[in-house]
Design a protein around this ligand. Structure first.
Ligand code: NAD
Ligand code: SER
Length: 317
């Protein structure tokens, strides 16, 4: 990786992946892009930025050629809850965007990182310790685009030799940029609410178990798979990766150790609850551990302590 383009670079993950890539590979070698413009007051000296709608192949191609890009981190997508509200747009952005990025990669010889999700699984997938190679019949538009995206990436590797790689992320917990409208957003909102109000009203029920990961580990996963020795990769795309599985009740209990008196109540959103219920309770990431030495560093305890610490500074609490 010498010249990098990140699509959807202003989102929850991109806001932290872009600076991390710039630290590693040089600010001038990492081009951030998004459909949105950077917020007013953003420091342009941090590195180059391009306005790119990933569904417009000409815009993706022009940026790849102008900046002599060799690796695209394709983050742009609609997340699960938004995708369920706007399924047609989700198909256009998630599938149309990926297809166009892969086409430009094929023309230009770029490698592509594609983040899939636990959302690529469905209600008839084994619910606990979901294996790497499991039945995938998702019932959400988000899941349909992620499962199809995994297959499309495999196809571009096998048919055209495009160096596609990816992971299936669980819910990502972070304190820099807000989440973009997913089913796991509660696991970020709960921290802000705990510090600001000492109370959180959860849109998922108390026993809803889902995999989660702290953003520093997610960044390590992205860079780890892209730097992995290709000779060791059996799966290449869509590796299960996880750090913990947790329910809202358990997360609240852990937060209470840092915010005494913190309370949680439940006002369940039937749409997001149904999405969460269709996903695994826990996934097995042993293939990623075996093929490219994946290993998370944060568990529930250390994640919670660090989130609370960082958010207290950020919110001046
Ligand atoms: P996000 O919603 O925070 O950010 C997505 C970004 O894509 C936004 O900045 C948005 O403006 C941009 N975008 C939307 N449409 C676009 C278009 N047509 N062209 C260019 N940019 C466009 O999402 P995120 O949390 O940063 O997720 C990044 C990727 O990781 C997504 O593919 C998501 O599905 C995947 N993922 C995220 C999580 C998570 O918990 N955050 C979990 C699993 C997988
Ligand atoms: N966090 C994501 C979502 O809930 C999972 O892919 O949409």
């Amino acid at each position: 990786m010498k010249r990098i383009l990140v699509t959807g670079g202003l989102g929850q993950m991109g806001s932290e992946l872009v600076p991390e890539l710039r630290r590693r590979y040089g600010a001038e070698n990492v081009i951030a892009s998004d459909l949105r413009m950077p917020p007013a007051g953003a420091d342009a000296s941090e590195g180059p930025f391009e306005f790119i709608d990933c569904t417009r192949q000409s815009q993706v191609r022009a940026a790849v050629q102008r900046h002599r890009i060799d690796t695209v981190f394709h983050l742009a997508a609609l997340l699960s809850a938004v995708a369920e509200e706007k399924p047609h747009m989700a198909w256009d952005v998630n599938m149309g965007g990926l297809y166009r990025v892969l086409e430009v990669a094929r023309e230009s010889g770029c490698a592509v990182f594609f983040p899939s999700s636990i959302g690529s699984f469905g209600p008839n997938t084994p619910k606990e310790s979901t294996p790497q190679d499991a039945l995938q019949r998702p019932t959400t538009m988000y899941g349909v685009t992620k499962a199809s995206g995994e297959l499309l990436c495999d196809y571009y590797y096998n048919r055209f030799g495009v160096d596609t790689r990816g992971v299936r992320f669980p819910g990502l917990i972070s304190h820099i940029a807000p989440p973009g409208g997913g089913t796991t957003d509660y696991a970020v909102e709960i921290f802000y609410a705990a510090i600001r109000h000492g109370h959180y009203s959860s849109f998922l029920g108390p026993e809803t178990r889902l995999d989660m990961m702290y953003m520093p580990d997610a960044l390590r996963a992205v860079i780890g798979i892209m730097e992995a020795d290709p000779g060791r990769l059996v799966h290449r795309n869509s590796f299960n990766v996880t750090a913990m599985d947790v329910t809202p009740e358990e997360l609240a209990e852990e937060i209470r150790r840092h915010v005494p008196g913190f309370t949680i109540s439940y006002k369940i959103d039937p749409v997001r609850q149904a999405i969460a219920d269709s996903w695994p309770d826990s996934i097995d990431d042993s293939a990623a551990r075996a093929e490219w030495d994946w290993m998370p560093t944060f568990d529930l305890e250390s994640l919670t302590a660090d989130m609370i610490d960082k958010l207290r500074s950020k919110l001046g609490a």
